[in-house]
Design a protein around this ligand. Sequence first.
Ligand SMILES: [Zn+2]
Length: 109
Amino acid sequence: MARKAVTVVANCSDCGTVRLASSKCALLHCRETDEYTIAYPCPDCGRRSAVPCSRAGVIEFFALGVQINAWNMPEELRDPIRSTGGREARDAMLDMITDDSWLAELDRL
Ligand SMILES: [Zn+2]
């Protein structure tokens, strides 16, 4: 199966639902929490977002050829303000994974 760019349905906090190529996404693995995050730039405004990624999501992205980058958590990520935003981001990621059009794209590969 040839690898090609797949359109990912993501969420920008400024633009709402956006679509971008999977090749624009980066898969990040935090060594401290053993959690995975998908980071991507908004195709409309360029704002970078990062959302937690489930194990199933990691497998999907890895299968698309997205590389996993390990990193260590900077202190500022422990800021409680960030954890509030995290819940919304997690919901957005769940929407991304369960988005049927995105799964349909996968099926067409
Ligand atoms: Zn945007």
